[in-house]
Design a protein around this ligand. Structure first.
Ligand SMILES: [Fe+2]
Ligand SMILES: [Fe+2]
Length: 217
């Protein structure tokens, strides 16, 4: 994440931390960890809000939930997972074929994640338009998605990144770093990153403390 302090332990003030892209060798590793932290911050925020509603401490803010679901849906699918699949995973398969099963599973999770976030989106729509009797279905979908995505990110951080550090060549890292810094494909470039940074900041400004700086509810 960028060097700005997190907001009260919640969504970091500095957006999705893309400033870290000016960092050292293997900067792709820092970018991946940054992007995971941004996603985790929004997931934690959603869980916090869901639990506050369940405990009767908060009312639903559907605009905020909608922005959070959109971010969790669009950011990994458009920016994060394609870079992992096309660069990091492809090169790791090549240099260390024994990682094939692990990478097969993680690539399948990239596809499955799209279906799972669709379920959260549909549950949110039913809760918004169908009323409080649909709250527990929405809460369960958020909890299930967060558990799924944390497991996915943990496997990448604890298994894939150490293997990549071990087996990728300096030329491989140069290719992966370029891709993650947004220099390879316009789809991954500054404009795409800026869109998510803006959305991330919007979420932080809509969300109430302690997860953001928005109004108390
Ligand atoms: Fe992934
Ligand atoms: Fe990832």
């Amino acid at each position: 994440m960028s060097n700005e302090a997190p907001m009260a332990g919640g969504i970091p003030a500095g957006g999705n931390g893309r400033d870290a892209r000016v960092a050292a060798p293997m900067k792709a590793v820092n970018i991946i960890l940054d992007e995971h932290r941004s996603l985790a911050a929004v997931l934690h925020g959603m869980l916090y809000l869901v639990r506050a509603i369940r405990d009767g401490k908060s009312k639903p803010d559907f605009k905020l939930f909608g922005a959070m679901v959109y971010y969790i849906d669009a950011f990994p699918d458009r920016l994060h997972h394609p870079k992992e699949d096309r660069y990091l995973f492809r090169l790791l398969r090549l240099r260390h074929p024994a990682s094939g099963d692990l990478l097969d599973r993680l690539e399948a999770e990239h596809v499955a994640g799209e279906t799972k976030i669709r379920a959260v989106e549909a549950a949110l729509r039913r809760y918004e338009h169908g009323g409080p009797q649909h709250f527990s279905e929405f809460a369960d979908a958020v909890e299930a998605y967060a558990t799924f995505h944390w497991g996915h990110m943990r496997a990448e951080e604890e298994q894939v990144l150490p293997l990549a550090r071990q087996y990728l060549t300096p030329a491989d890292w140069q290719e992966v770093d370029e891709a993650f810094a947004g220099n390879t494909d316009p789809m991954f470039g500054a404009a795409a990153g800026d869109e998510y940074e803006t959305l991330f900041r919007r979420i932080a400004h809509l969300a109430p403390p302690p997860i953001g700086v928005g109004p108390e509810r």
